[in-house]
Design a protein around this ligand. Structure first.
Ligand code: TYD
Length: 218
């Protein structure tokens, strides 16, 4: 697994992944709440974003007006946000023995830019080594959901919250299908790190399954 950060005093690094609308953000919050109730110190963060610099980068990435953005530009910006987050938030929290829950990490880049856009996964992994300096999630929770359910949820959410952040949600179904298949392939490649949870059940049921799966790991 190569969790270079791990030592006696270090915390646990848990990432949440899945296609748009899978419910991972809700599940991350519920797990954070549950762990805090058990007296654990939990830090929640998000990619892209998670820091002041990261939030500025996120704005560029998700602005529907930025149609001229090139796939490689996008790729570098995701890793720029991540480098900042690793240095400023994630590493220090792990070193202090805390549990870090991160909404998306490098698996998102492998799934979206690699499987989705067809960029070379080796290039993604080279950038990961530069930006994350060997930091890998101890556990990755993949909330798996079929495309139809995901697109319906994303559409409803966009209607509710306006047009903001709709650039990626608007893209056609083929792309999202490749991303989902990519995630499932990643989970098969690293069964020790990934926990795959069916995201179609109710919020409460999914939360219970996440908690059960993580019980032994945190
Ligand atoms: P996010 O805010 O998590 O969207 P959602 O709540 O819909 O899951 O992520 C924003 C978008 O950025 C999402 O469509 C996935 C995309 N993304 C990438 O393409 N590559 C990446 O490396 C990351 C972190 C996100």
């Amino acid at each position: 697994m190569g969790s270079a950060h791990r030592n006696e005093a270090s915390g646990r690094f848990i990432t949440f992944e899945g296609i748009d609308g899978c419910g991972k953000t809700t599940q991350l919050r519920l797990l954070a709440q549950r762990l805090r109730e058990q007296g654990r110190a939990v830090v929640e963060t998000v990619e892209p974003g998670g820091t002041e610099i990261g939030r500025q980068i996120r704005k560029i990435l998700l602005d529907p007006a930025n149609t001229a953005i090139q796939p490689r530009t996008e790729l570098l910006l995701y890793f720029a946000s991540r480098a900042q987050n690793v240095n400023e938030v994630i590493r220090p929290a792990l070193d202090a023995g805390q549990i870090v829950l991160c909404d998306r990490f490098t698996d998102s880049t492998l799934a979206y830019q690699g499987y989705g856009r067809g960029l070379d996964p080796e290039v993604v992994l080279v950038l990961d080594r530069i930006a994350c300096r060997g930091l890998k999630p101890d556990t990755t929770v993949l909330i798996d959901i079929d495309l139809e359910t995901s697109l319906a949820r994303a559409r409803r959410r966009n209607e509710r919250f306006g047009q903001e952040e709709s650039r990626i949600d608007d893209e056609h179904a083929d792309f999202h299908a490749r991303v989902r298949d990519g995630y499932r392939a990643l989970a098969r490649q690293e069964p020790g790190r990934f926990v795959v949870i069916d995201g179609r059940a109710s919020i409460g049921d999914v939360a219970l399954r996440v908690a059960e799966a993580l019980h032994a790991r945190v």
